[in-house]
Ligand binder design. Structure first.
Ligand code: PLP
Length: 460
């Protein structure tokens, strides 16, 4: 008997938090309940999620960037069904995959200065691959990465993580990894000077904090890497596939990395996949003899369902003009938020490219607000953003996220299919919630007190 999975979901979904408390990560359940996000989502289409009551939420988180095409895109569904119905010779292993060949060909046509593709199952695996390939290709041990970088949580990737919160408790990490400030070319040159660094890995726009480099940074990175024989690796796992209004974010700065890592959106929101796009010379060093043909690999990489998702994702990005949509809507959102900045003293910075936007809050000037801000900051650094995201969720049904631990930045990362009216709604909702946060005393700051009490309680 084949179990009817949607029926199983419907039957058990009200037990989800109890099941997770019992069998999975109980702390996640506590977090969701504390901030009131335990609404029990039951359906997702496009840029929207629906809770048990059928209430619609606009998703500005998009599964950390997975749902570029929106949830349950019909083209991806059709492609997946066609693979399942096609009796294809999946994962033969002692053969080479036709669909992987097609997807590699199409990806490289979009990034024509690179010649080879290595498929994996996730972003972290792409990073692990880049570390191994860079060491093998250069014969050097060092990997340089940036403060606040996020490249995944497996051991190699974690060794390149720029925030202590993720590293603590898991050391020792990989040796020969060196952290430098983001957007600092002198620090990079200092790190590369000894010519023992295999790769410099960098997100063109950092996901944690939505940090955008200055205009000359990536060009300088490219030049320094070439000068010192270090491979320039762009982690486009979050920024790639149209997110910033270009196929790759590096296109904004007109640079050509030696390796480009993609994942997330390439899945079409369904089947995990990652890819390392690389120069031919790197591959030739790694796979340099027949007995090393399988020296790096992963059993499920290149599986037909993942390849079909990748192929369809590229089709939909082009046929629906989603990259242009991201550029246009992103520009309009950014403009509206910048205009808002003049009206709100708590709004300290607005930055972004395409549909990856950071809204940063900072210490106010006026006495009354300053007192409340300081109280909150002393109790728990970064808690202020929750005073914005929680009302956005409860009152406006907008799902958003804080851009990192103890961060004062809210990240807007919607599906690339968002409409003009969605964007107008985002602006109206943020405007109303930010306005409310400037009223002291008021509901927003009462929420702050409740959160502080919660935070204190959760520490005992
Ligand atoms: C820039 C970047 N690199 C790597 C990763 C790791 O990807 P995954 O979670 O698929 O392992 C992420 C995930 O958030 C990311 O944003």
């Amino acid at each position: 008997m084949t179990e009817d999975i949607p029926a199983l979901f419907a039957k058990r979904e009200t037990d989800r938090f109890a099941m997770h408390s019992r069998h999975l990560n109980e702390q996640m359940v506590r977090v969701l309940k504390a901030i009131g996000y335990d609404v029990g989502f039951c359906r997702g289409t496009g840029q929207y999620l629906y809770d048990r009551e059928g209430k619609r939420y606009l998703d500005l988180l998009s599964g950390f960037g997975v749902f570029a095409l929106g949830r349950n895109h019909p083209a991806v569904r059709t492609a997946l069904k066609s693979v399942l119905d096609g009796d294809l010779p999946n994962l033969v292993q002692m053969d080479v995959s036709t669909l992987a060949g097609v997807l590699a060909e199409r990806l490289l046509a979009l990034v024509p200065y690179l010649e080879k593709v290595f498929f994996v199952n996730s972003g972290s695996e792409a990073v692990e691959t880049a570390i191994k390939f860079a060491r093998a290709a250069t014969g050097r041990p060092g990997i340089v990465y940036c403060e606040h970088a996020f490249h995944g949580l497996s051991y190699g990737a974690l060794s390149l993580n720029g925030d202590e919160i993720f590293r603590g408790g898991f050391e020792p990490l990989l040796p020969d990894c060196m952290r430098i400030p983001f957007n600092d070319l002198s620090a990079l040159e200092e790190a590369l000077r000894l010519r023992n660094v295999a790769a410099f890995i960098v997100e063109p726009i950092q996901g944690k904090g939505v940090n955008i480099p200055s205009d000359d940074y990536l060009k300088g990175v490219e030049e320094l890497c070439r000068r010192y024989g270090t491979l320039f690796v762009a982690d486009e796992i979050q920024t790639g596939l149209g997110r910033t209004g270009r196929f790759l974010a590096v296109e904004h700065w007109n640079v050509q990395p030696d390796m480009v890592l993609i994942a997330k959106a390439l899945s079409g929101g369904h089947v995990p996949i990652g890819a390392v796009l690389s120069r031919r010379q790197v591959f030739e060093k790694v796979f340099n003899r027949m007995d090393r043909a399988v020296v790096h690999g992963s059993t499920f990489a290149k599986n037909d369902l993942a390849m079909a998702c990748g192929i369809t994702t590229l089709d939909v990005l082009a046929s629906e003009g989603l990259i242009e949509n991201a550029a246009r809507n992103g520009e309009n959102l950014l403009r509206a938020f910048v205009a808002m900045k003049a009206r709100y003293e708590l709004l300290s910075d607005v930055r972004g490219k395409g549909l990856m936007i950071g809204i940063e809050f900072g210490a106010p000037r006026s006495f009354k607000l300053k007192a409340s801000w300081n109280l909150l900051e002393t109790a728990n650094k970064g808690l202020f953003c929750q005073l914005i995201t929680i009302p956005l969720f409860k009152e406006y049904q907008i799902l958003s996220q804080v851009a990192g631990h103890a961060s004062h930045t809210i990240k807007i990362l919607p599906s690339l299919v968002v409409s003009t009216s969605d964007c107008e709604y985002i602006i109206r909702a943020f405007d109303a919630v930010i306005a409310a946060s400037h009223r002291v005393p008021g509901a927003v700051w009462s929420l702050g007190k409740t959160l502080v009490d919660h935070a204190m309680l959760s520490r005992v």
